[in-house]
Structures are given as C-alpha cells and as structure tokens.
Ligand binder design. Structure first.
Ligand SMILES: Nc1nc2c(ncn2[C@@H]2O[C@H](COP(=O)(O)OP(=O)(O)OP(=O)(O)O)[C@@H](O)[C@H]2O)c(=O)[nH]1
Ligand SMILES: [Mg+2]
Length: 474
C-alpha cells in the first residue's frame, strides 16, 4: 500500500495542542478547529489521458490543484488544516470509500495531529460518512457539506440565509442519520460541530419536511418583495451588467474599481454571497447597473445552484455578462469550463456571444512575456485583459462595455443656433466632444462622438426625428 502523499510546507505545520485538544495558535489563542483534508483520486482504468470515455476532450483538474482548492475551502471557515493528502483510490469501497489500510493510516494521522474534523473532497454517501465517523471518532464532512457550511456563515440577507438553509435541509433529507444537530440549531449551514444525535429518525423526517415547506413559503414571500423592487427598478431601465466567475477570480475587486464601492474583496473563497447592485456611469455618460454575485466552483452541488437561482436572476436577466477569470491560476481552463457549465444550467450564454464578455484578470501577476502573449490572444479572441488590482485595462473594459450596451459609436457634427444652445450641456454630458467652433452669429458648431441611442436622442431634441442620417440644419 502506498503511503499518502504528504503535503508541503503550508499544511504540514504541527502545532501545540492544549489539554482539551484545542489547537493553540501561534499567538496563543485556542479554540480553532483542526482538520485533515483528504482529496481522493479515483483511478479509472483504460482511460487515455486527456480524453473522455467518448473520445471528447476532458479538462482534468490536476490533483494538486484540487488539493489547493480544498485547503482554500477549509480556510474559508477558519479551519486549521493540519494535513492535506491526495489519496489515490483504485478500488472504492461502498461502505467506507477508503480501503482498510488507508483507513488506519488516516486514523493515525488524525490522532497525531489532534484533528477534530476530516474533510473529504468527494461526495460521501450517508453510510460512508457514518462509518468513517465511527472508525475515526471525529466528524467527517464531504465537499458539499463544507460548501454549505461556508455559505451558511456568509449569508447575510434574509433571502441568502433562507436559501442556504433550504439547500442544507434538502441535502440532509437523504442523510437523516446525522442531520439532527443542524435542525436543532436551526440556522443556515452548520451542523458538523454538534453531537452525533442519530436518534428519532422518523420524527426528524417529518419535522424536516415541515421545515422545508415553511422555508419555501418564507422564501417565496421574500422573492415577491424582490420582484417588486426589480419591477420598480425597471421603470428606470438601466441596462444590467453582471459579473460572474469562479470564486476568488476578482469579481468584487473589479466591482469596487468600477463603481468606487467597498464590497468585501478578500483572498478567501466565497467572500461574496449575497448579490450587490450598484449604478455605474460609462464614459459617454450612460448609466448601467453593475451586479456582483456569488462565485462559482466546480462540483457546485445542484441543489445549491437551484437554491441560488433567484439570487442569480440578475445574471439571467443581465444585458451583458462579464465572465471574470483569474489568468494567473493554473486551473483557469477547467474553472472557465465549470463557470460556463453553470451558466448553461441557468439557461445563459449559449449562442449569445454578444451578451458575454470575458475579462482576463490578474494580468499583473504574470511574467511580462506571458502578459504580452495573453494580450495578443485577447485581441483576436474578443476578451479584455485587466488588472482589477492596479487598474490596468479598465478603461478599455469600460469602452467595450459601452460598445456592447449601446452598440457602435457614431461621430456627429451639428450646428446649434443661438436658440438651441441649451442642448449644449446635454451634448457635453452624453457625448465626447472632439471639436467646437463658435461663430459670429451666435451659433456653435460642435463635433462629438455619441452612442447610437444618444445620437437618436439628440435628433429628437433638435426636432429632427429619429433619422440617424439627418445631419446639420438651420
Ligand atoms: N494581483 C491581483 N490580485 C487580484 C486582482 N483582482 C483581485 N485580486 C485579489 O484576489 C483575491 C480575490 O478577490 P475578490 O475580488 O474577493 O474575488 P471574488 O471573485 O469576488 O471572490 P468571491 O466573492 O469569493 O467569489 C483578493 O485577494 C484580491 O485582492 C488583480 O487584478 N491582481
Ligand atoms: Mg466577491
């Protein structure tokens, strides 16, 4: 039997444990939960590398990247990762997933590190979960459980809290063997820190069902209110521009840069959960509403996507969707695939190339050569290269947003008679003035660039009707 690959530097810290088994931080604080992270890799036989069963290309995520991400997820709820192992599994056991020898090795590791929790970055059946807990004498959660836990901690709006709780209950429905602790505490997310509570399954099931129905009703109410808000907003029909992307891609950082807002942007997975909307002015003065939303992640549990459907309505209804990508992440290709798959499941993005714009972020982290190559590729592939952190490329992004929202720009030269001069300030607000000549008769000739819709607007203001070719008058 192969020994598990041990983790390098960042995760192999073995630190002091106090008498009650709590982890003691470098600064002496205790009470942090230590966790062992396991990344099972199931070896499928006869699979040619890089191709799927039907010969299609499969972007397989390197094990090391999965491991990094699992560590990041654990860190997102302040767990101290004592050890993170990639565990090759050639023969998955229905009862425990891991084989006997591996189970013993992991048990030794748990004891040695004083860990209270094991995270398995792979779906576990309720039976597997229970058997592992019995064997290892610690709490065990799988990837979905962990993501639900993170979401539970992040949710801050009423809708967010309800959505997460509903997703959690639906997840628990099939795993009643150990869900009671969660119900007892009745909060979104949570559950693995409590006692095992594996009794009263029948009563639990009924209570669970009742709770789900009640939650669905509450959520319905909250959504109706949201719809009202949205309807109100539609009366001032600003186009919606939605930021989407893998978690940690830099959406909130870009949102803040574009709008001058101060949304929490952190090197932490799922920093943003509830959607944030904000008005933003484009260079020619048009206003759009920018929305920042929850980040996506691979293997996002389907009921979680469903639960967040309402939150993602902004995305579904958006006039333009900016797909923000961290181009410094070695995993960027499969991350992009995951984001596209989730968008597709929401019914967005397919056959709508004009509605989607890729924003290649974090260019500041690339070597000069790689950054140049990226920019060359972006030009031919209709993506915009930016650094949300230092602002590079953001002007080009704004112009592109404007072009997509407003269509092409058009250059107009008009001559305003003295009586039409009040229109001038409108022109300065909505157009980019390139040239201006004041004539002796009091009229002004002005050349400016407008969006097509503003150009039509200008015609209306000057009493020319919406004929784009109408030029000059007196
Ligand atoms: N070097 C560099 N770091 C960036 C850039 N954009 C964002 N970051 C960093 O990346 C991390 C994640 O940024 P966020 O803006 O929180 O990412 P997000 O996509 O909103 O993440 P979630 O809300 O968790 O989905 C933060 O530490 C940012 O400072 C960039 O252009 N360059
Ligand atoms: Mg964010």
């Amino acid at each position: 039997m192969r020994t598990p690959q041990t983790a390098p530097d960042r995760t192999t810290k073995i630190e002091t444990v106090d008498s009650s088994g709590n982890f003691i931080d470098a600064d002496g604080k205790s009470g942090v939960t230590r966790a062992v992270v396991l990344v099972p890799t199931l070896r499928t036989r006869n699979a040619a590398p890089g191709s799927g069963p039907d010969g299609t290309n499969v972007v397989k995520r390197p094990d090391a990247n999965r491991r990094e991400e699992a560590i990041g997820l654990a860190g997102a709820i302040d767990l101290k990762v004592a050890e993170a192992l990639i565990v090759p599994i050639s023969d998955p056991r229905p009862s425990t997933l891991f084989g006997k020898g591996k189970m013993l090795e992991i048990k030794a590791l748990i004891d040695q590190t004083g860990s209270q929790l094991v995270i398995v970055d792979h779906p576990l059946t309720p039976v597997q979960q229970r058997n592992l807990e019995t064997e290892w004498k610690v709490k065990v959660i799988d990837r979905t459980g962990l993501i639900l836990e993170i979401f539970g901690r992040r949710a801050s709006t009423k809708e967010g809290v309800l959505q997460v709780e509903l997703a959690h209950l639906n997840y628990q429905r099939g795993r009643l063997v150990r869900s009671w602790t969660h119900l007892e505490r009745q909060r979104g997310g949570g559950g693995f820190m409590g006692g095992p509570g594996e009794t009263q399954i029948e009563a639990d099931r009924r209570l669970l069902q009742e709770r789900i129905i009640k939650l669905e009703r509450e959520l319905d109410q909250v959504r109706r209110t949201r719809q009202l808000h949205r309807a109100k907003r539609k009366k001032v029909p600003h186009p919606i521009v939605a930021l989407v992307g893998y978690t940690n891609a830099g959406k909130s950082t870009l949102f803040n840069r574009l709008t001058g807002a101060e949304v929490l942007a952190e090197d932490m997975l799922f920093a943003t959960l509830d959607p944030t909307l904000r008005r933003m002015k484009l260079p020619h003065g048009a206003t759009v509403i920018l929305s920042d939303t929850v980040g996506f992640i691979s293997n996002l549990p389907t009921h979680l996507v469903a639960a967040f459907r309402a939150t993602l309505e902004e995305v579904v209804e958006a006039d333009l969707i900016l797909h923000v990508r961290d181009m410094s992440d070695p995993d960027r290709a499969s991350q992009a695939d995951d984001v596209e798959a989730i968008l597709k499941s929401l019914g967005v993005g397919e056959n709508q190339p004009k509605r989607m714009l890729e924003v290649w972020n974090k260019v500041d982290l690339l070597e000069a050569d790689a950054a140049e190559a990226l920019k060359a590729r972006a030009q031919s592939g209709a993506a915009i290269v930016v650094s949300a952190l230092n602002g590079e490329g953001v002007d080009a992004l704004l112009s592109e947003i404007e072009a997509r929202i407003s269509g092409e720009l058009t250059m107009r030269t008009v001559r305003l008679s003295a009586s039409q001069l009040p229109v001038m300030s409108w022109i300065y607000q909505h157009g980019r003035v390139k040239d201006r000549q004041d004539h002796e008769d009091g009229s002004v000739e002005i050349t400016a660039e407008f969006t097509i819709s503003d150009s039509n607007d200008l015609d209306r203001q000057l009493g020319l009707g919406p004929k784009p070719e109408a030029e000059g008058w007196e």
